[in-house]
Design a protein around this ligand. Structure first.
Ligand code: BES
Ligand code: ZN
Ligand code: ZN
Length: 456
């Protein structure tokens, strides 16, 4: 078995019969005595996109890792030539980022340890050193989000989540503040307390403070951290349940984004706000019909206990106001409806048109794709309740993602710029490019890059 691979690019496809077609590109593998040559077929100018570079790199890294190849080498200059339409530095970063993410696997619960990742070296190493460092930082942040999201619910729950984040951010510039149940009662975080009532664990509200530059606008990132969503008393059906440990994907995105910002010493002023609960049916659970009074005085009748994400995000949005945030961006695995609207490759974003356009451009480049969604004023009244100020569900069975966003909008602090990202469709993936059969780590790059953009 060869122990070494060379990654080469070809425009001359004639001699190569055995291209492996992957969703991200075509490669051929040619064996010599002690080497494998990975021939990457030319990517036409029109199809040259940074995410294509990541996808190709991810596919190769996974393929070689599976074949237990220890080391692969590539020439940075060749890579730049192959993607001449793209920015040179960004191409190198994208390739390395895709490589590390493609080789990622979550195998801590497998007794047989899988293969060591194939390492990547550049033949022109000195020219690309800094770029490789940047790429690794980005990949590690996404991997951290993936690890959190893949984690099993008995290991990652509202009581362990704070410790996991404290450990992760020990000896960094990130200050982790945890509000426990007693504090939450004092702070009147009543959405969080209501949703968590059926759980054997105490809820927590976790703040991740990173002040790279205190003079910058305060950007708060609010993440839904439901460590398991059974639906509560409005119980889900069995089929829906399997992935519901990933209902903290928004919280994972926030944690990954803060990690990325801190590790890259970004000049931003960011606070991550994570609400973590477990949505369980129990004799103590919040019941349909119950009414929650928020700290702002707003009252909400719980029409369906499975629409729990918006109930806890409301507390996060209120907290952003207390901190006098200039921006609040919330991210959540909020609605099944967004999966039907946009599928599994792209998240939905809601908010002011100008801000949506900015974040879309960022996602188009960094691979965390978003598509702007409308906040249709007329649908707001469908949240009405006969007993409270409003309900947590719409009385119309359609536009579930929009009405969820309209619910959140009612809690956005005054004079605070707001974006809401619904990532329910993109929290996990099937093997393709730099994605595996597990959590995507969606949102870490999107939020971090947006924070940097908004701080310019
Ligand atoms: N966590 C779910 C949304 C979800 C669904 C995430 C599928 C990932 C994959 C959320 O809490 C939920 O249950 N939403 C309900 C809302 C409804 C009861 C108004 C939904 O979308 O069906
Ligand atoms: Zn739910
Ligand atoms: Zn949920």
């Amino acid at each position: 078995m060869s122990k070494h691979a060379k990654i080469l690019f070809t425009t001359d496809n004639k001699d190569l019969q055995s291209f492996i077609k992957t969703s991200s590109g075509e490669f051929a593998t040619l064996y010599t005595d002690n080497e494998i040559h990975i021939m990457v077929k030319e990517v036409t100018e029109k199809k040259q996109k940074l995410d294509k570079v990541r996808m190709i790199a991810g596919s190769i890294a996974r393929e070689l890792t599976k074949r237990k190849i220890e080391q692969a080498e590539i020439n940075g200059a060749d890579l730049k030539t192959a993607f001449s339409k793209l920015n040179e530095n960004k191409t190198i970063i994208a390739f390395v980022e895709g490589w590390y993410l493609g080789a990622y696997s979550f195998d801590k619960y497998k007794t047989k340890t899988t293969a060591q990742m194939t390492s990547l070296t550049f033949t022109d190493e000195n020219d690309v050193k800094n770029l490789v460092g940047t790429a690794k930082t980005r990949a590690e942040a996404v991997q951290f989000s993936r690890d959190l999201t893949n984690e099993i619910p008995s290991t990652l729950n509202p009581e362990t989540f704070p410790t996991i984040l404290k450990d992760e951010f020990a000896n960094t510039d990130v200050e982790v503040i945890v509000h426990d149940k007693a504090t939450l009662e004092e702070m009147e975080m009543n959405g969080l307390l209501a949703v968590n009532r059926g759980s054997k664990y105490d809820p927590a509200f976790i703040e991740l403070h990173y002040q790279g530059d205190a003079s910058k606008p305060l950007i708060t990132l609010v993440g839904k951290g439901v460590t398991f969503d059974t639906g509560g008393i409005s119980l889900k059906n069995a089929r829906d349940l399997s992935d519901m440990r990933m209902d903290m994907g928004g919280a994972a995105a926030v944690a990954g984004a803060v990690k990325l910002l801190a590790e890259s010493n970004a000049n931003v002023n960011v606070v991550g706000l994570i609400q973590t609960v477990e949505n369980m049916p129990d004799r103590h659970s919040v019941l349909p019909g119950d009414i929650i009074t928020y700290k702002t005085g707003q009252t909400v009748q719980v029409g369906n206990t499975d629409a729990e994400g918006r109930l806890i995000l409301a507390d996060g949005l209120i907290r952003a106001g207390e901190l006098k945030a200039d921006y609040v961006i919330d991210i959540a695995t909020l609605t099944g409806a967004i999966l039907f609207a946009l599928g599994t490759k792209i998240g939905g974003v809601f908010g002011e048109e100008e801000l949506m356009a900015e974040i879309k451009e960022i996602g188009d480049e960094n691979g965390d794709f978003v598509w702007p969604m409308p906040l249709i004023e007329d649908y707001d009244k469908t949240l009405k309740s006969d007993y409270a100020d409003f309900s947590n569900i719409s009385n119309q069975g359609t536009a579930g993602s929009i009405t969820a966003a309209l619910f959140l909008r009612r809690f956005v602090p005054e004079n605070c710029k707001w974006l809401h990202v619904d990532m329910a469709g993109v929290m996990d993936s099937k093997e393709s490019g730099y994605y595996g059969n597990s959590a995507t780590g969606y949102g870490a790059r999107l939020l971090a890059d947006y924070a940097v953009h908004a701080s310019k």
